[in-house]
Design a protein around this ligand. Sequence first.
Ligand code: NAP
Length: 338
Amino acid sequence: MLKKKEKYIVAVVGATGAVGNEMISILEERNFPVEQLRLFASERSEGKTLDFHGNAIKVETLKEDVFDGIDIALFSAGGDRSKQFAPAAAEAGCVVIDNSSAWRMDPEVPLVVPEVNPQDLQWHKGIIANPNCSTIQMVLPLKPIHDDAKIKRVIVTTFQSVSGTGKNAMDELHEQTAAFLNFKDIKPSVYPHQIAFNCLPHIDSFLENGYTKEEMKMINETRKILGDDSIRITATTVRVPVFKCHAESINIETEKKLSAIDVRALLSATDGILVYDAPDKNIYPLPIDVAGKDETYVGRIREDNSVENGLNIWVVADNLRKGAALNAVQIAEKLIAG
Ligand SMILES: NC(=O)c1ccc[n+]([C@@H]2O[C@H](COP(=O)([O-])OP(=O)(O)OC[C@H]3O[C@@H](n4cnc5c(N)ncnc54)[C@H](OP(=O)(O)O)[C@@H]3O)[C@@H](O)[C@H]2O)c1
């Protein structure tokens, strides 16, 4: 459990990565009470420094014995590192907020979106999991709809940016776009196919049931966060040539009838959501507008007339911020607020 202090010793594990970088700037932006910031990455980053509040902080090599004295560690260095190092960190008395999928479905580990299930923070045992980026932006609008009208079924299709795969994938989209426009050969390396000017219905690996791991994460994590295994959910996740922000088309069937006006009112009153919906003025959420924003944007709110109680919404959020780093820092803020 975290001892109350004026300022905390905070670690970012995976500090040199896409999410790690965002964590450092969000800690700074939100003026998190940091007494000392420790930065960890692989041996490859030994000797690098990163800026925090104008100070150059040395990146250290991650090892099991580095966590003594650290109060909070934000992990974003991949699932294998989380499995290996998070228990050692928790053992040393540090609270781990983990961005990987390593601990999300562990019944002993709370999976938290602070606006949706902050109460689950109360039973953590040293490790708290941050949900998958596409799950976070979906459960935000689902929660008030579920509380009001009980969701029976969800059909979601995602359009996910390359930053969701990390910094190498962002470089690959840059390079392939330049190569394509200069009539040069394209050699995919991060993805199995060309990502520039393409859409890949394939995120993470395929499972025996024909779904990808990403699709099953959305299904299982949503049920865990909403605390309701009865919700039927199906997902198709697609990687698109966009740098930042995931977009989702979500179709929802509820027990009680909700009109589009009801949904607009419900979502407008929900923390962390911005209703951005005036199609007559060409206003709807776009990845290029939402990049760098904290809110989850919702538009194209309309009734689905093909079923009795159906709704369609279009949801866009910055996957590196609300989908990862911001959600992790918000969890840390809730913890220190007690
Ligand atoms: N990108 C997203 O939208 C997103 C959203 C939610 C969750 N996540 C999760 O966050 C994690 C990081 O994602 P990312 O997109 O930031 O990836 P990334 O840009 O590839 O960064 C990976 C980070 O992990 C570090 N790392 C790799 N191997 C390591 C090792 N053996 N020991 C210590 N550090 C090591 C890297 O350090 P070096 O620079 O030294 O290699 C780098 O700092 C993943 O678990 C991912 O699933 C990502």
